[in-house]
Write a protein that binds this ligand. Structure first.
Ligand code: DLZ
Length: 197
């Protein structure tokens, strides 16, 4: 039997005018890298250009809400200034070994249309998982509603490593890479947000 789970039939959206950020945690890197690649693949497939995709990292999932909030604020500042004053990189400094993404470029650009927050929380022996999952979920929703920018919830909360690998398309059971769904959701919401403005 085919599953009824998922967002329904694939939709086509033209993301060519959109600017999207991916903010991801570095914990559980193997799974994270695959999820980020999946999200990016879908953004590019929808027409978002490489230079309109910014990838930024934070240490763990707990840092995602602040990372998303600050990268969005920085992009607004950039758009409102003519490249002078506080730069986005001042507001959100990145580690020396940044991933594929450059830090926010210094040239003035419009604010992000959508931001994808990606993290992988794997349950351990203590209550850590519950506290972080709850805080991050609420934090990301708060940033989204307070700022009005779509924040795509790319936080996997899994009980085992295997469950995480499966959802990144790396498992034995052939589950698809959920990062791809998040890339598509970012494009759809980025466009709809403009419609709803
Ligand atoms: C501390 C911690 C633990 C135990 N597990 C995870 C995890 O599975 N996934 C994740 O993204 N981050 C984890 N962290 C780190 C916290 O999110 C956070 O970075 C630290 O507590 C510092 O604030």
């Amino acid at each position: 039997m085919t599953s009824i789970k998922g967002p329904g039939a694939a939709q086509t959206h033209d993301g060519s005018g959109l600017r999207v950020a991916i903010v991801h945690a570095r914990w559980n890197t193997t799974i994270i890298e695959q999820l980020v690649a999946g999200a990016k693949k879908q953004l590019l497939a929808a027409g978002v250009t490489e230079d309109n995709i910014t990838v930024q990292t934070v240490p763990g999932s707990y840092e995602l809400p602040l990372g998303v909030q600050r990268i969005y604020a920085a992009s607004q500042l950039q758009a409102n200034s003519s490249g002078e004053g506080i730069s986005a990189t001042d507001l959100l400094s990145s580690p020396t070994t940044e991933t594929s993404g450059a830090a926010v470029p210094s040239s003035p650009k419009k604010p992000f249309d959508a931001i994808i927050a990606i993290g992988v929380l794997i349950k351990g022996a203590t209550m850590h998982f519950e506290y972080i999952a709850d805080a991050v979920s609420h934090g990301l929703m708060r940033v989204q509603l307070d700022s009005g920018v779509p924040v795509i919830f790319g936080l996997l909360t899994v009980l085992t490593e295997e469950q995480g690998l499966e959802r990144a398309g790396l498992g034995k059971n052939g589950m698809h890479n959920h990062g791809e769904d998040w890339g598509s959701a970012a494009v759809e919401l980025g466009l709809k947000r403009r419609e709803w403005a």
